[in-house]
Ligand binder design. Structure first.
Ligand code: ADP
Length: 483
């Protein structure tokens, strides 16, 4: 038994939502951080270079304008500018001897002097750009001695600054990746937890537990919506389940009664009335009537199940609804003579609609038939059809007991009968209104019932008037005069 249970259980395929979300978020964060890092590195290199060029050029220009009578005054001014711009200053003579600062320990910068000389060629000043470094060189003179002014960035090379920045950005990036991994896991869990909760409940529902409540305010609106939708499904499924049980109980009862009678009367014919023509005919008639009831019930059940399952592919065509209503109402004419019924008609001429004629005939027949069945002692039924805006409104009134407000919704459901002992001229199967509802829903026609207990009911349907209706149709009088 346990094996069988396990065999029915579907093994879970695919990856867990939690894992998928966590992985996707992490990859996304990683990509964002990488792209940001690359862009930053490229930009920072460019920006840092621009800033260095600007600083060196401005400081150099200012230094070249410095003048004074004494070397010490000039030196102070030059160092003041170097401090202001945060650059390193060297003044070398043509041989590379340091003029300022005179006391520099390194002594000779002949190599640097020749680099500056080469870079300057005929120019007065220039930017000296290496692959990693950038500096400013210019011709100047101190105490009549031709010199080179050389300005460089304080911590050596442009590359080392960018390199430092790269390290920092890599560290920040790595920290952000770890943070993104943790945050992704948290967000994934936040989304997955309610989904798992709803799934668990849905599983319970599939096991037939209709008591649980899905409704809950979740953090994500979509999951709240999903739980609301599942709750509505739960209500509908439990209703359908209840109805199915009722249907089976009622149908088996309704099948059993005529079958018992058919069997009983057939036995009576065989054993008692077989020789007496009058009795035998009466008993045979009962068998025929009961068989008809069974046939009607089976027919309605088949119709309903086909309609519900959407297996009916009816062809919709334009037809004269007014004529149809008139024709169906006339089918009850025999009751005027045999039962004293009054079936009054107020039908506006030539209202056309597009629908499946046979199905609409079924709707009209069932609704008028019910009005006849349930009308009051005066046996009056009024059938109306008139134009209202774009619609042809069909109404059928009776003067019966009406329908209590708490039963109004239930009458459209399968196999609802408020009073099974009600005597009626037309045999019903208890499925009439369910068939009406299925057909009208398939045709998207609004319908309903207005009822007052003790006064009677009005069942109504609105059919969309077809667009092809001609001017003549709208003006029936003119049409008739012309005819
Ligand atoms: P049936 O008439 O065969 O019982 P229907 O599906 O046509 O089945 O109707 C379902 C129930 O709705 C009826 O049993 C009756 O209780 C109620 N009903 C239908 N039409 C009317 C009406 N015109 N007036 C009062 N009750 C009605």
């Amino acid at each position: 038994m346990a094996n069988q249970k396990n065999g029915l259980k579907r093994t879970r395929t695919g990856k867990s939502l939690n894992l998928v979300l966590w992985f996707s978020f992490s990859v996304f964060a990683l990509v964002v951080i990488l792209v940001y890092g690359v862009v930053q590195n490229v930009l920072i290199h460019k920006q840092y270079r621009e800033m260095a060029v600007k600083t060196l050029s401005e400081a150099g220009k200012k230094m070249l304008q410095v003048s004074g009578s004494e070397d010490t005054v000039i030196a102070r001014k030059l160092y003041g500018i170097a401090n202001e711009y945060g650059v390193c200053l060297y003044i070398l003579d043509e041989n590379g001897e340091s003029v300022f600062p005179e006391y520099t320990a390194e002594g000779n910068y002949s190599e640097l002097a020749s680099v500056i000389k080469g870079a300057l060629s005929d120019r007065e000043s220039t930017l000296i750009e290496g692959q990693k470094e950038i500096a400013f060189g210019a011709k100047t003179s101190v105490s009549g001695r031709a010199c080179y002014l050389y300005l460089a960035l304080p911590d050596g090379t442009l590359g080392s600054n960018v390199g430092n920045f790269r390290w920092m950005s890599m560290l920040t990036g790595a920290f952000s990746v770890v943070l993104a991994f943790v945050a992704s896991g948290f967000v994934a869990m936040l989304i997955t937890k309610p989904v798992t909760e709803v799934t668990e409940r849905a599983k319970e529902l599939s096991r037939g537990n209709y008591q649980l409540n899905f409704k809950k305010d979740y953090y994500c609106a979509e999951i709240t919506e999903l739980s609301d939708a599942l709750d509505n499904a739960r209500v509908e499924i439990s209703k359908a389940d209840k109805m199915q049980k009722e249907l089976i109980a009622n149908v088996s009862h309704d099948f059993k009664t005529p079958l018992t009678m058919i069997k009983a009367y057939a036995s009576m014919i065989r054993e008692i009335s077989g020789e007496e023509k009058e009795k035998r005919d009466a008993h045979a008639q009962i068998i025929i009537d009961e068989s008809d009831r069974l046939a009607a019930l089976v027919g309605d059940l088949l119709d309903l199940s086909k309609l519900r399952a959407g297996l009916v592919s009816d062809v919709k065509k334009e037809f004269n609804l007014s004529e149809e209503v008139y024709r169906i109402a006339n089918r009850f004419d025999y009751l005027k003579e045999t039962g004293g019924y009054q079936i009054q008609t107020e039908i506006e001429d030539d209202l056309y609609t597009v629908a499946c004629r046979e199905r609409i005939e079924q709707v009209l027949y069932n609704l008028i038939g019910n009005a006849v069945n349930y009308t009051g002692a005066d046996k009056r039924v009024i059938v109306k059809l008139f134009r209202r805006n774009d619609c042809a409104r069909f109404e059928v009134y009776d003067t019966g007991k009406g329908i209590p407000p708490d039963e109004v919704d239930a009458i459209w459901d399968r196999y609802y009968r408020s009073n099974k002992t009600h005597k009626r001229p037309i045999q019903g199967t208890g499925l009439g209104l369910s068939i009406v509802k299925s057909i009208l829903l398939a045709h998207e026609c609004p319908f309903g019932v207005l009822s007052e207990v003790g006064k009677g009911s009005c069942f109504w349907v609105e059919f969309l008037i077809s667009a092809e209706e001609t001017e003549e149709d709208k003006n029936p009088k003119r049409k008739r005069e012309e005819v």
